[in-house]
Design a protein around this ligand. Structure first.
Ligand SMILES: NC(=O)c1ccc[n+]([C@@H]2O[C@H](COP(=O)([O-])OP(=O)(O)OC[C@H]3O[C@@H](n4cnc5c(N)ncnc54)[C@H](OP(=O)(O)O)[C@@H]3O)[C@@H](O)[C@H]2O)c1
Length: 318
């Protein structure tokens, strides 16, 4: 079978990281790259291979491209994904899929109607240690996770700019909320508080998710302060301490009443980026249009949850 041809949409930070993974992975290659600037696309293509385009639409139309990796800022994901889906291409789209539940519903509906593969690039779910926690810790009573770092205010920065989908909840929140979602499912209620950046996006937020069993998710995100960025998952018979960064851990410790603590280390060759691009390759080879590891219904549920959380925070200061 021929190598899977990827089209890389954008040349920013994460596009480069994932392109390095694709270029090193058997069974796939970079067929094309697009940027708003032909010069940037050409420089990227010179390094990783493929045809350079100065238009995301042209990349999506290239017959050598079978899967498009969307690595623009969140507010610019939908337009690229729509073009890819219209050309019948599989889509691996960076997280969060879009900046609202309505737009995420649109992206998912278009992919399902076209019968093309779509997956949110939630690489955390492909980290083998996160999967070990999911398999080992049962009867969970509490998931605590934080993701915060002090980012000096800059109105033009993607994380502070509303037109680029800025805000701590959209960019960082998807990890602690996403860990709780992976381990506990859908909350019965969500209570979030936070405070704004000068551009009006949320600069920090935190809250509690309450599940039908009474279990709790305690989450914090911030662009204002450095947090531990660890996670603790407490089950009735086993507890997991997940090292920072909890969304890409290299070490976890499992312990519990009468259970000797055991340390588990990540095999660096098996990180979350490797897992997510392999998932796309395998899904296409098997004719699947969704991933059971990151199902679209869970991306939809997360988009609704983030809408709810952002709505609660913005009500505090609008
Ligand atoms: N999975 C992860 O570990 C991870 C990590 C970081 C970010 N992300 C996600 O990946 C996406 C991109 O993040 P990033 O950190 O790579 O951002 P970035 O470094 O700012 O790169 C974004 C790229 O998008 C392109 N772009 C298209 N329209 C744009 C616009 N209107 N303004 C600015 N750039 C535009 C630009 O490439 P051209 O100039 O070439 O067009 C730019 O280089 C976000 O959705 C983010 O949440 C994921």
């Amino acid at each position: 079978m021929a190598d899977l041809g990827w089209g890389i949409a954008a040349t920013g930070g994460i596009a480069r990281t994932v392109a390095e993974v694709i270029a090193a992975e058997p069974g796939m290659r970079i067929a094309a790259v697009a940027s708003r600037s032909l010069e940037r696309a050409a420089a990227f293509a010179a390094e990783f291979g493929g045809t350079a385009y100065d238009s995301y639409d042209e990349l999506c139309a290239d017959p050598a491209v079978e899967a498009v990796y969307v690595a623009t800022p969140h507010a610019q994901h939908l337009a690229v994904a729509e073009a890819a889906i219209a050309h019948g291409k599989a889509v691996l789209c960076e997280k969060p899929l879009t900046t609202s539940a309505a737009d995420t519903e649109r992206m998912v509906r278009l992919a399902r109607e076209a019968g093309v593969f779509l997956m949110e690039a939630m690489w955390m779910r492909f980290n083998p240690l996160i999967r070990l926690v999911k398999e080992s810790v049962t009867d969970i009573r509490s998931v605590q996770a934080s993701f915060g770092f002090a980012l000096p205010f800059d109105a033009a920065h993607r994380l502070y700019a509303p037109e680029l989908g800025g805000g701590a909840l959209l960019d960082l929140g998807i990890y602690p909320f996403g860990l709780a979602q992976l381990l506990l499912g859908q909350p019965a209620s969500v209570h979030v508080t936070g405070s704004p950046a000068p551009t009006g996006v949320d600069a920090e937020a935190g809250g509690v998710l309450i599940y039908p069993s009474g279990a709790r998710g305690l989450v914090d995100v911030s662009l204002l302060a450095d947090y531990p960025n660890t996670a603790s998952v407490v089950g009735a018979s086993l507890r997991a301490e997940i090292d920072a960064p909890f969304w890409a851990p290299r070490r976890i410790v499992l312990s519990g009443p009468g259970v000797e603590p055991s340390e588990h280390l990540l095999d660096p060759a098996q990180n979350g980026y490797v897992g997510e691009v392999r998932e796309v390759r395998d899904a296409l080879a098997e004719g699947r249009t969704e991933s059971p590891v990151m199902p679209l219904d869970e991306s939809l549920a997360m988009a609704r949850l983030l809408d709810d959380a952002r709505g609660q925070v913005s009500k505090l200061y609008l």
